[in-house]
Design a protein around this ligand. Structure first.
Ligand code: HEM
Length: 140
């Protein structure tokens, strides 16, 4: 299910489920012309790199092929975070999502009842109308 995961990865690049998290500087850091003293708290953001068109050309278009081969450069695509505190549930989440998609696609025809429904961050991405869909079993 490599291609399915490439599609899911691309959806998470465009709409990261988690916007970011906090870190504390354990040493003084100089980065991009800024000095961050030891002890300061700061926030890293998933969308800043995953929607940067210098890193991902045509950044707003859905192109699952971005994840073929070696995929994005390290620390450019970080929906699950990165480093020692990276999401420990990543592989479990992957399994859940792929099983859900497999059952949905193999058993049902489905369509969105509100195409282009607005998605707001609250703080996670949330379809404004609850994402109503119509489902019909293949053998109906
Ligand atoms: C699409 C689904 C998920 C996404 C996008 C996601 C994303 C994240 C992110 C961004 C972090 C912070 C990583 C960092 O600070 O570098 C995190 C941490 C964590 N996640 Fe997930 N997560 C998902 C599913 C899950 C699931 C299913 C579980 C457990 C069954 C889980 C358990 C955890 C735990 C325990 C941490 C804290 C890890 C630590 O601080 O050492 N996550 N996740």
């Amino acid at each position: 299910m490599k291609y399915s995961w490439n599609v899911v990865s691309e959806v998470m690049r465009l709409t990261p489920p988690i916007m970011g998290a906090y870190r504390e500087a354990i040493v003084d850091i100089n980065y991009g012309g800024y000095h961050i003293p030891k002890g300061w708290k700061f926030y890293w953001n998933t969308g800043l790199t995953s929607l940067d068109s210098e890193i991902f050309p045509n950044a707003t278009s859905l192109e699952p092929s971005r994840f073929e081969g070696v995929g994005p450069a390290p620390y450019t695509y970080i929906p699950f975070g990165g480093g020692p505190r990276m999401c420990v549930g990543k592989e479990f989440a992957r399994l859940e999502i792929l099983i859900f998609l497999h059952i949905l696609i193999r058993k049902f025809n489905w369509k969105l009842l509100i195409p282009n429904e607005k998605v707001i961050y609250d703080p996670m991405p949330t379809p404004l109308e609850g994402l109503p869909i119509s489902l019909q079993p293949h053998n109906y």
